[in-house]
Design a protein around this ligand. Structure first.
Ligand SMILES: [Zn+2]
Length: 303
């Protein structure tokens, strides 16, 4: 099961319809709680997300709209008797803030503090890459290892069906037929999370080939001056990043409270994504609180 559960979509201050931002990425057995802003605990109830589903908490940076939900969520985990270890990832320079937030929550959760101070893999398949904001900020990327997609016609031609196909996938060869002979390479799925940044190399790197790309979209193109002043993305910039990267689905979020209707921001992002797209094309959507997004189908390489 892989899906993004949107818990909130507002930057800086919440609105009547948008909670402070926060997301749960369900990725097979893992549950990554990303940037829990204030009110995340209650949004989890609305979204039907249980604390037992959380195995990691990932903070891009320690501005309040990305981490003030942490004590509430940790306290709730303690109330729920969550026993699994929970890894908390955050920029090392945010140590003091993170420790303060963790301290007010008490110590009943088996919380493992995992600060990072440079780009790299912080857990299996989970990378951090620096972004450009007013404080140290890192985006996240989750990578599935590359695999192979079976080609039904080749299987049939090789005379393989039923349990033999399962054996072929597990063992790599059955009755002289090799997996490579009846399949094509398939890139692993990728999820990227680009939050609170100006346009930068790190954003491009994270977005590259993402099946699902979640970016901040704090400002409309008309407010590009504000975006530059506060180191945020405009809708058009978010779309350009996604288009250049060949992202499959771009989920826009972290909207300024000044926009009651974000439809124009989607259009601005889609226009830039379309202008940059080399292949396929990026579908752009605006996240609403409590939305759920499944991953687009894997894109098998032609051979
Ligand atoms: Zn923010």
């Amino acid at each position: 099961m892989r899906e993004l559960v949107v818990l909130g979509t507002s930057s800086q201050v919440p609105t009547r319809t948008r909670n402070h931002n926060g997301y749960l990425l369900r990725w097979d057995g893992e549950g990554l709680l990303l940037d829990p802003g204030e009110g995340t605990q209650r949004q989890m109830i609305h979204a039907g997300v249980a604390t037992s589903q959380i195995s990691r908490i990932c903070l891009t940076h320690v501005h309040g709209d990305h981490c003030f939900g942490l004590p509430g969520v940790l306290s709730r985990m303690a109330v729920d008797g969550v026993e699994q270890p929970v890894h908390l990832h955050y920029p090392a320079s945010g140590e003091e803030t993170v420790r303060a937030l963790v301290a007010v929550a008490g110590r009943s959760v088996d919380l493992r503090l995992c600060p990072h101070g440079a780009a790299g893999e912080v857990a299996e398949g989970l990378d951090v890459v620096p972004l450009r904001h007013r404080v140290e900020t890192y985006g996240y990327r989750l990578r599935e290892p590359a695999g192979r997609s079976l080609v039904p016609e080749r299987l049939a031609a090789a005379g393989l069906s039923g349990p033999a196909v399962g054996r072929l996938q597990r063992e790599g060869e059955v009755d002289g037929v090799r997996l490579e002979d009846v399949s094509v390479p398939r890139p692993g799925q990728r999820f990227a999370f680009v939050m609170d940044t100006a346009v930068c190399e790190g954003a491009d790197e994270l977005a590259e080939g993402a099946d699902m790309l979640v970016t901040e979209c704090t400002f409309a193109d008309d407010d590009a001056g504000l975006a530059a002043e506060y180191s945020h993305l405009t809708a058009g910039q978010a779309g350009a990043i996604a288009g250049d990267a060949g992202a499959g689905l771009l989920v826009l979020t972290h909207f300024s409270s000044r926009y009651q209707d974000v439809t124009p921001l989607v259009s601005q992002a889609q226009a830039q994504a379309d202008a940059r797209a080399q292949t396929g094309g990026t579908r752009v959507v605006a996240a609403e609180d409590l939305d759920r997004f499944g991953f687009p189908r894997r894109r098998a390489l032609k051979q």
